[in-house]
Design a protein around this ligand. Structure first.
Ligand SMILES: Nc1ncnc2c1ncn2[C@@H]1O[C@H](COP(=O)(O)OP(=O)(O)OP(=O)(O)O)[C@@H](O)[C@H]1O
Ligand SMILES: [Mg+2]
Length: 225
């Protein structure tokens, strides 16, 4: 069986209007990511890494080109279907954790399961928290946890539904170096355990090297590293 493309970008462009002018951020990107692969996207600040990730997540739309996830062109989905598709197929970890402040760690992690109406939410959420070694904090609110602990909750939440694709944008970017390393170790541990497909945006070359493939975004193009 040939391995399946979980993600496929075809000639993806993104322009932003700046006053009278259009600026081209992404100039026709092609990228294929096979199931179980990990891919790092590196590049200078402002090169368009986060822009690219939001197009893949369907949080923004390309100016032209196709974004396919699991053979589905996500820009052909209406708003409601896209939200549901994203919830079931894409896990996202941001630099800022984006947790619900009034929900405990466990409730934050189970939220994506509840939205999809999945069974055994508590059990699955506990398993996810265990994988990031945070099962002892399940009743804590975000404000009662450290930045690193909050990011572990966010990571557990990102993969709790067993998404086809995990997207991470500088997940250790708002943490001190040592905590950041612990977080990234836990993220890679979870990715390996569950054989997830991941696209990781990072400034950090050492982190990038832990992925199967490295692409550099430069002047709107992807270059294999
Ligand atoms: N909504 C927007 N409107 C106009 N320009 C934008 C918008 N979003 C991003 N840009 C511009 O697109 C370029 C790429 O931004 P992006 O956030 O993707 O960079 P990045 O590679 O993630 O940078 P960093 O490493 O600093 O996070 C920047 O020049 C930015 O100013
Ligand atoms: Mg960015």
């Amino acid at each position: 069986m040939t391995p399946q493309n979980i993600l496929s970008l075809k000639q993806v462009t993104k322009n932003y209007k700046q006053g009278q002018n259009e600026i081209e951020i992404l100039k026709g990107l092609d990228l294929d990511v096979v199931q179980g692969q990990t891919v790092a996207i590196i590049g200078q600040s402002g090169s368009g890494k986060s822009t690219l990730l939001s197009l893949i997540a369907g949080l923004d739309t390309p100016s032209s080109g196709d974004v396919k996830i699991n053979e589905q062109n996500i820009n052909e989905l209406d708003e409601k279907s896209l939200t549901r598709f994203r919830g079931a197929n894409i896990g996202i970890v941001f630099q800022q954790f984006h947790l619900m402040s009034h929900l405990t760690a466990l409730d934050n992690v189970r939220l994506p399961l509840d939205i999809l109406g999945q069974d055994n939410a508590v059990e699955k959420a506990r398993d996810a928290l265990k994988l990031v070694k945070l099962d002892h904090r399940e009743d804590h609110l975000p404000q009662q946890m450290s930045g690193g602990e909050n990011q572990r909750v966010a990571i557990a939440r990102s993969f709790v539904v067993n998404p086809k694709l995990l997207l991470a944008d500088e997940p250790s970017g708002s943490l001190d170096q040592e905590t950041g390393k612990v977080i990234m170790d836990l993220l890679f541990h979870a990715v390996n355990e569950r054989q997830m497909t991941m696209v990781l945006v990072t400034h950090n070359q050492d982190l990038a090297k832990r992925c199967d493939h490295i692409w550099e975004l430069k002047q709107g193009q992807l270059h294999k590293r």
